[in-house]
Design a protein around this ligand. Structure first.
Ligand code: 2AM
Ligand code: CA
Ligand code: CA
Ligand code: CA
Length: 263
């Protein structure tokens, strides 16, 4: 497998897709709902996923694609080369804000993340990594993350996970919010992974993410020494929806140990 060739190909495919998304704002966007009234999808999410899949199928016929909108392969195992794609991560932001969304792509071989990409389309900010070769923000190499105590940390977390909910005990996570320096919520898991990797925030957690939300970001995060697991501390799930946390070393442990109690 020539990963250098695949890397160049993936980068140019993502940039081309980003251009298509920016141009899409000149036309009317059709918005539909999925699992519930706030779970949005548009014709552009679908068109971008189909654009990736048709290119990948014709140029890498032996590779598989797992995409959020379901046009890819029916993936039951992580064997072989799999492109885990979220064509638009942050669809609600795409629809309401016309910014703060990303294309997220991870390319895995037998379950190992080889290449990872997060493209903040409207800012033209590109985050990428190749396993063992470091992570980059545009052309800048990202430094390894250093340990930060909770008292100096900015945590990416959606307010709905801090309000009482059926998945997590409220008191320990509310205590985390009181003890940290601040919280942020960007509405795109991929962008929040990119922000942890580039040191703009110190941790990000969610009670419900899918493989395509985290696949690209995990390759980038690992290259700068961030720790990513589910909220039980296990390896992230790349086949099913699960809980998720990514954080600087030390902070990951502190949050899981003292502030997360799954119901
Ligand atoms: P999406 O925009 O691609 O759907 C904030 O909602 C973050 O959680 C986004 O990255 C969003 O991805 C993701 N997410 C994962 N599962 C979701 C769901 N069932 N409903 C809404 N957002 C979801
Ligand atoms: Ca979605
Ligand atoms: Ca997503
Ligand atoms: Ca999406």
């Amino acid at each position: 497998m020539n990963w250098g060739t695949i890397d160049k190909y993936a980068k140019s495919l993502i940039k081309e897709a980003g251009h298509k998304i920016r141009v899409s704002f000149f036309n009317t966007i059709d918005v539909d709902t999925k699992a519930d009234a706030n779970d949005l999808v548009t014709n552009i999410d679908k068109a971008i996923e189909q654009f990736f899949i048709s290119r990948i199928q014709s140029d890498f016929p032996n590779h598989f694609v797992l995409g959020e909108e379901g046009f890819g392969d029916d993936i039951r195992s992580l064997d072989g080369v799999i492109w885990l794609l979220d064509p638009i991560d942050g669809t609600m932001n795409f629809v309401h804000q016309k910014r703060n969304f990303a294309i997220s792509l991870g390319i895995y071989c037998d379950g190992v993340g080889m290449l990872g990409y997060i493209y903040d389309v409207m800012n033209d900010d590109f985050y990428h990594a190749a396993k063992g070769e470091g992570a980059y923000y545009n052309d800048e190499k990202l430094p390894m993350l250093e340990v930060t105590p909770l008292s100096e940390a900015i945590i990416g977390v959606n307010a709905s996970w801090v309000a009482p909910n059926r998945r997590i005990e409220n008191e320990p996570i509310a205590d985390m919010v009181h003890k940290c320096r601040g919280t942020r919520s960007y509405g795109s898991a991929a962008m929040e992974l990119a922000y942890v990797s580039s040191g703009r925030i110190d941790a990000y957690l969610s009670l419900r993410l899918s493989p395509w939300d985290i696949a690209g970001g995990m390759v980038i995060a690992e290259e700068v020494g961030a720790i990513g697991t589910n909220l039980k501390g296990e390896k992230p799930n790349l086949l099913n929806q699960d809980t998720f946390i990514v954080a600087r070393p030390g902070l990951h442990d502190e949050i899981l140990r003292n502030h997360i109690r799954l119901k």
